[in-house]
Design a protein around this ligand. Structure first.
Ligand SMILES: Cc1cc2nc3c(=O)[nH]c(=O)nc-3n(C[C@H](O)[C@H](O)[C@H](O)COP(=O)(O)OP(=O)(O)OC[C@H]3O[C@@H](n4cnc5c(N)ncnc54)[C@H](O)[C@@H]3O)c2cc1C
Length: 531
């Protein structure tokens, strides 16, 4: 007789803490637990990623494998299409339940529907739990009458009416569980890796000097999380909050948790409640907790909800929430941007860091995305989204595309606001007046006096020669004149605004102001811009 198993299928929620799927797979059952990770070679992470991100993911899986090894068990790392894998497994064991965390982004829909259909036809119970978000994005949409809340403020309104997110699931002691693992001889027709593979074994190779700062894995993420909570507490004691945003530090090792949230080695609920509880502990009885202290997590949630039923969310033309902007197509400009040779050291530094470390501070992401789109180059945000998707270790489909649409003024409530841009000659100076970030990433300009680091072409030629940085020879001249480019882009955006006002009824619904205040703001912006 075949052994009965419940399968815990790890996808993005690569952790054991706050794991509802683990609870499902082990509650009230005689079946043993079989733990799987499937590398399919088809999904976005396996197609569009570079070395750093794949390495981060594999480190996360390896960490799970090590935790299981401590209790004498094993994680099965199998290559192949998930339905094929489950079909082959179902011939070796009797699968009672398949448990996994919800991936609400439509990019996973085809895979998940195929697996669910397979399970239905093989009488396998499917248990899908919300693990990547604070609330179930689909429930938020339902609570809002079947469409996503149109703006961030509306989003907050709806989620408040739904009550606070659930508390994290209690921990389960792995040592108390009964596991099932295959012996090697049974696994013949499955492509199983006996150890977690390296990126090279999966066909990913370094293309330059890739060297990420973050190591993946739940164990490290939890240590990092504790340090981060202490950091947030210090801010609360100082009567402040969001310290990462308040004092941006683009030079020190980052304190970010976003790669851990992206791969789910840290639970977003665990972080949310740690921050809320810490605030309550410090400000006992004072103003009640508000979304303000976790606003970035709420933005993350907002983008997840926005993408949930929208398969074209990461595109411009077919995307119902995105304005169709007549961006330029200029491969030469794109190549200069992508190779970090724009002639603007702050921008080039960012692109070079991204390729080497797979990481950028939010400030730098803002600078790059603004420069590529409505700030300077007027190139389509979709190409920027793809560059970030390829290199960022925390690349998150919902959040990445959402931010590109936001910065490029293509969607959401600030869509038609074109009152400012970031100046690549000035923006970085405020945060890094001595240009240390540029010196680190753009060695060509490193010997220039500090006042010229952000705009090397403004240095007198003798100063350039003295610093071995003659612009046009040792380092490129700026690819566009920022002032002229911004004036031109601004005009194009204004023209677009006007044409949208004329055809307001046809404007995408998500960019239509949703309440009186927003209508007032909208017309104020338009009037100011055109005067
Ligand atoms: C063009 C562009 C692309 C981006 N792409 C991604 C991406 O692919 N993945 C990603 O996680 N973040 C992305 N961000 C958002 C942001 O830059 C990172 O989440 C942030 O740098 C993480 O640092 P932190 O953990 O210190 O953030 P904190 O400010 O401490 O925020 C805590 C968490 O909230 C979430 N968060 C923070 N900022 C945002 C935001 N603007 N929108 C939505 N969620 C947010 C992240 O999960 C983050 O870890 C992008 C931003 C821009 C401008």
């Amino acid at each position: 007789m075949m052994e009965c198993v419940n399968i815990l299928w790890f996808r993005n929620g690569l952790r054991f803490h706050d794991n509802g799927s683990l609870h499902n797979a082990t509650k009230d059952t005689q079946a043993k637990l079989l733990v799987l990770f499937i590398w399919d070679g088809e999904t976005p992470i396996t197609i569009n990623s570079k070395y750093n991100k794949v390495q981060f993911l594999l480190e996360c899986v390896e960490d799970l494998e090590e935790q299981l090894a401590e209790v004498g068990s094993k994680l099965h790392f199998i290559r192949g299409n998930p339905v094929d894998v489950f079909r082959k497994l179902s011939k070796k064991v009797k699968i009672e339940k398949l448990c996994f965390d919800q991936n609400c982004e439509p990019i996973w829909l085809e895979r998940d529907n195929a697996v669910k259909n397979f399970c239905a036809s093989h009488k396998i119970e499917v248990c899908e739990r919300v693990g990547a978000t604070l609330w179930d994005p689909l429930e938020i949409i339902e609570a809002h009458g079947g469409t996503p809340p149109l703006t961030y403020s509306q989003f907050c309104h709806v989620t408040k009416s739904m009550g606070e997110p659930a508390r994290p699931w209690p921990d389960i002691k792995l040592a108390d569980l009964k596991f099932y693992h295959f012996s090697e001889d049974v696994l013949g027709d499955l492509r199983v890796h006996l150890c977690i593979p390296t990126p090279e074994e999966l066909g990913f190779h370094k293309e330059g000097e890739e060297c990420k700062l973050y190591k993946g894995g739940e164990s490290r993420a939890l240590k990092f999380f504790n340090r981060r909570v202490e950091f947030e507490k210090e801010a609360f004691l100082d009567n402040s909050f969001l310290p990462n945003r308040r004092d941006p530090d683009i030079l020190s090792p980052p304190k970010s948790l976003s790669p851990d949230f992206r791969f789910g080695c840290l639970s977003v609920k665990t972080f949310y409640w740690a921050i809320m509880d810490a605030f309550e502990g410090i400000h006992e009885g004072s103003p009640s907790r508000s979304y303000m202290i976790v606003s970035q997590l709420i933005w993350r949630e907002f983008f997840y909800v926005m993408c949930a039923n929208n398969p074209f969310y990461a595109e411009m033309k077919r995307n119902p929430i995105c304005i169709n902007v007549p961006w330029y197509k200029d491969d030469k400009h794109l190549a200069l941007f992508e190779t970090g040779m724009t002639g603007y050291p702050f921008i080039d530094a960012g692109m070079r860091q991204l390729k080497k470390e797979g990481w950028l501070h939010h400030i730098i992401r803002n600078a790059l995305s603004m420069f590529l789109t409505r700030g300077d180059l007027w190139l389509n945000w979709e190409v920027g989204f793809k560059i970030f998707q390829t290199y960022l270790i925390d690349d998150d489909w919902a959040v990445n595309a959402g931010n590109w649409m936001w910065v490029s003024s293509s969607a959401f409530e600030k869509a038609l606001n074109y009152s400012y841009s970031l100046d690549p000659r000035v923006y970085g100076r405020r945060i890094d007046p001595h240009g240390q970030y540029i010196i680190k990433w753009v060695p060509e300009v490193a010997k220039l006096p500090v006042e010229y680091l952000y705009a090397p072409w403004t240095a007198p030629i003798e100063v350039q020669e003295e610093a071995n940085c003659v612009v046009g020879k040792d380092y490129p001249a700026p690819m566009v004149d920022h002032d002229k480019a911004f004036a031109r882009n601004r005009q194009m955006m204004l023209d677009l605004q006007e044409s949208l006002i004329m055809t307001f009824k046809e404007a995408p619904s998500h960019i239509r102001p949703s309440d009186e205040e927003e209508v007032k703001n909208f017309f104020r912006i338009c009037c100011n811009e055109s005067s």
